[in-house]
Design a protein around this ligand. Structure first.
Ligand SMILES: Cc1ncc(COP(=O)(O)O)c(C=O)c1O
Length: 418
């Protein structure tokens, strides 16, 4: 680690959060944890392992590529691709024992057109029940009840698509689901209307003699606040990573933020009144000030819109971000923190860093085993002082999800052991 900026992924927190959600479910219900977008920025494999340790039964990803990456990381749990897949993608999903989402009749037509492995050519480990049987991709049928994103838009179309899937030799219908657009809102009227439409489609499927398989609708918000919407499985993302959905309700279970971002001071300068800070000189010192530089910027996922708005923590005490956030660096006001010096570790978000995390000690540890140094010490940080991604998201006019996903791959992630 030649640049003292790193993230700590608190895998035990993910496990605890998932177990907390699990405690809200009836024991026979399934719990899918969304680990798409590299586990909401935490690292997909680490997030998957922690989620499964906390009681997840299934994992959700955005693409077949993300699913295959998990299989290649030896994840054997059921995986559902929540997004769209091409016909070739569906074939690959079948070969890797991954379930796909379908929501258009034309998708099935495309799947029927491409070459498909004959029984003798089916790769070992692929999803077939017995030798000689043809390879089948497991499918969850998506119903668009109000998100207007993916899926069939009526009960009649759900029946048509389900029949088409059931009659295909290449596919197996194993689930039916919808996605709620406003389950985190103060009024649940929109979500209630979606659930009503979903129930109508389920009734139509059952009346047509179709077994829908695993039925699911709830994201984190619905899983936390509406047990009557749990159906057979819930699909939880943001709650697993320790944040409530953006909306207007409190989680019934405690959630612990799992993503933490740190950067160590590279310079402290004394500015005189009238001196300016950063590109565009958007901050002018009103008096003599001490300004510390941190080697982290918008290319790391710390948004430029946080310029002159956000603050960082030093031992639980705040220092305001002054001037424009640069691509790789930013400046903070440490005038009121005279003890802050070069090498001290600032917390950009998450749990306040332990006192002994200095650039010097971290870089010495990085030469041997950074995880061994950071992991155990992590919990010695000031847990009373957490700089929440919700706070930064509010300042940036976005949601915690986007800030998590924005954490750049160039930021080394230290994963705390389970
Ligand atoms: C289809 C689907 N289900 C579940 C989730 C999880 O949502 P949340 O992170 O709000 O729990 C997502 C995330 O966007 C999703 O796209």
């Amino acid at each position: 680690m030649f640049r003292p900026t790193f993230a700590v992924v608190d895998a035990p927190a993910i496990r605890t959060n998932v177990a907390a959600v699990r405690s809200l479910l009836e024991s026979h219900k399934r719990l899918l944890v969304a680990v798409k977008a590299d586990g909401y920025g935490h690292g997909a494999a680490a997030a998957a392992e922690a989620a499964l340790a906390g009681g997840a039964t299934d994992l959700g990803v955005a693409s077949v590529e993300e699913a295959v990456a998990l299989r290649e990381a030896d994840v054997t749990a059921p995986i559902l691709v929540l997004g769209v897949s091409s016909a070739v993608g569906v074939r690959q999903a079948a070969e890797f024992g991954v379930t796909v989402t379908l929501g258009r009749l034309e998708e099935v037509d495309e799947i029927d057109k491409i070459p498909w492995p004959t029984p003798s050519l089916i790769p070992t480990g692929a999803c077939v029940e017995s030798p000689g049987q043809s390879l089948r991709a497991k499918v969850h049928l998506k119903i668009d009840t109000g998100m207007s994103r993916l899926g069939v838009r009526s009960a009649a179309d759900a029946v048509l698509l389900a029949k088409r899937i059931v009659s295909s030799e290449r596919l197996e219908l194993s689930g039916v689901f919808t996605h709620l657009a406003c389950a985190d809102a103060s009024s649940l009227a929109h979500a209630e209307a979606q659930i009503e439409r979903f129930q109508e489609a389920l009734s139509a499927l059952r009346e047509a003699g179709i077994d829908p398989g695993v039925v699911h609708a709830a994201n984190s918000a619905a899983a936390l606040r509406r047990p009557d919407w749990h159906f057979d499985m819930v699909r939880v993302g943001i709650a697993a990573y320790g944040y409530g959905p953006a909306g207007a309700f409190d989680s019934p279970v405690p959630l612990v933020p799992a993503l933490n971002l740190y950067s160590c001071v590279t310079r402290v300068a004394t500015l005189q009144a009238g001196d300016t800070v950063g590109y565009g000189a958007t901050f002018t010192a009103p008096r003599e000030m001490r300004i510390a530089t941190l080697p982290v910027g918008y290319a790391d996922g710390y948004f430029r819109i946080l310029s002159n708005r956000a603050s960082v923590l030093f031992q639980g005490r705040r220092a305001a971000v002054v001037g424009n956030v640069c691509m790789d660096q930013l400046m903070v006001d440490v005038t009121a923190l005279p003890e802050v010096t070069v090498g001290d570790c600032a917390t950009l978000y998450g749990r306040s860093a332990p006192e002994d995390w200095t650039a010097e000690r971290l870089s010495a540890a990085a030469a041997t085993d950074l995880n061994a140094f950071v992991g155990p010490a992590f919990f010695a940080g000031n847990s009373a002082s957490i700089l929440s991604l919700d706070e930064l998201a509010d300042l940036a006019g976005t949601i915690s999800y986007e800030l998590m996903c924005a954490l750049s791959p160039r930021v080394p992630r230290v994963v705390v052991a389970l």
